[in-house]
Design a protein around this ligand. Structure first.
Ligand code: PMP
Ligand code: GLU
Length: 398
């Protein structure tokens, strides 16, 4: 018998991917499911991106590339940041990975380890604490509240710092809450780190998905000293509907990028050559597709928020970005639905899926017991129908 490792035993499967798999399973068994679990745009990747990738394959770009991506894809990312934020950097400052999740993993592996602390505000995206744990470093969770817009204050951050703090992980727009820090809020947070040794990992993957007056901020540019202290993470999955292409990247100090490159060369050799060609087309090509998808996400947000707000017992802050609604379901704990008594977010979501076929992700997976996450990255008819089921089901709890 082969024993599995301590590392394997120390991490949880991704709760979002597990919830998505459950929906797929139920569908395969012929059951209708209103699936709001995965944060994955339902749109097909825009055609010009697919065509560029198909051409690359037909033209023979089917070999290993440099470990951190081709010179062409790095130049396309640099052009994109210059145009969008006026952020200028060279090829030595950027690395392309197999998705932003992979970039986050490599960035952590390159910078932290046993004895180090990484500050993570909750609610956090499911994978953060396990990815930190895999390096041997310790996640230090800072709890934020719905009343505070799910934002960490500088005082909370200061209280979480210790001589062992090596990193702060930020994610704005946020998964799972949809909260977006203002520029001034972020400035106040980063200033709390100026006289420390802590670096920042700023996950900006939802930067093209903000609504209303909310605006994304490129954290690395907030202060001149931050460029050497920040690793910016982003990717194509959300903005360009390219989840399956696995294209993410990191921008940061050359020494960190070099260390990530070395790790990646041993781990995966390189990201997919064909996907890199697709990413160049996404970043350099027409951006109307992004605006069109954002407009549709905005309409889905309106629909989702108005339906959820009308349900007695539920409360939620309006998400300013990303495509998630994160709502408080703790008022239903202690109630019995059918033959199931709901005691926490996990049992709430399980009973809802079993009895009403509505699939959410429990807040516990995001370090926030008492809540549930709904992804509205699916069509409006599904949102209408699924939320009608939820509205019918909630009052059945006695
Ligand atoms: N960061 C956040 C906050 C996310 O929600 C996701 C979702 N997949 C990722 C990173 C990773 O994205 P990907 O690996 O698909 O690029
Ligand atoms: N980020 C998405 C989510 O939170 C996709 C799933 C994942 O990568 O874990 O649902």
């Amino acid at each position: 018998m082969i024993r599995t490792s301590k590392l394997a035993g120390s991490i949880q499967p991704s709760a979002t991917l597990a919830a998505g798999a459950k929906a797929r399973q139920l569908r395969a068994a012929g059951k209708a499911v209103y699936d709001f679990s995965l944060g994955e745009p339902d749109f097909d990747t825009p055609k010009h991106i697919c065509e560029a990738a198909a051409k690359a394959a037909l033209d023979g770009h089917t070999h290993y590339t440099p470990a951190g991506g081709t010179a062409e894809v790095k130049a396309a990312i640099a052009r994109w940041y210059k145009k969008r934020y006026g952020y200028e950097f060279g090829a030595e400052n950027v690395i392309v990975s197999n998705g932003a999740k992979h970039s986050i993993h490599n960035a952590l592996a390159a910078t932290v380890g046993p004895g180090d602390e990484v500050v993570i505000p909750t609610p956090y995206w499911v994978s953060y604490s396990d990815l930190v744990g895999m390096t041997g470093a310790t996640p230090v969770l800072v709890h934020t509240t719905a009343a505070g817009g799910f934002k960490m204050t500088p005082a909370q951050l200061r209280a979480a710092l210790s001589p062992r703090t090596r990193m702060l992980m930020l994610n704005s727009p946020n998964n799972p809450t949809g909260s977006v820090y203002t520029r001034a809020e972020l400035e106040a947070l980063v200033d709390a780190l100026q006289d420390t040794d802590a670096a920042i990992l700023s996950d900006e993957i939802y930067e093209q998905l903000t609504f209303g007056d909310a605006k994304p901020t490129c954290t690395a540019l907030l202060r001149p000293w931050l460029r050497d202290r920040t690793i910016t993470i982003s990717g194509a999955s959300k903005s360009y509907a390219m989840t399956g292409w696995r294209m993410g990247w990191a921008v940061g100090p050359a020494a960190v990028v070099k260390a990530m490159d070395t790790i990646q060369s041993q781990e995966t050799s390189c990201p997919s050559s064909v996907s890199q060609a697709g990413l160049i087309a996404a970043l350099d090509g027409p951006q109307e597709c992004v605006a069109e998808m954002r407009t549709e996400f905005a309409a889905r947000r309106e629909l989702t928020v108005s339906r959820l707000k009308a349900m007695p017992g539920l409360s939620l802050p309006v998400p300013d970005g990303a495509f998630y609604a994160f709502f408080d379901v703790s008022g239903f704990f202690g109630k019995t639905f059918g033959d199931k008594t709901v005691t926490d977010s996990v049992t709430f979501c399980a009973a809802l899926l079993e009895q009403a076929h509505v699939n959410l992700v429990p807040g516990a997976a995001f370090g926030a017991e008492g809540f549930a996450r709904m992804s509205f990255a699916c069509g409006r008819p599904t949102i209408e129908a699924g939320l009608a089921r939820l509205a019918e089901w909630l009052p059945t709890g006695k």
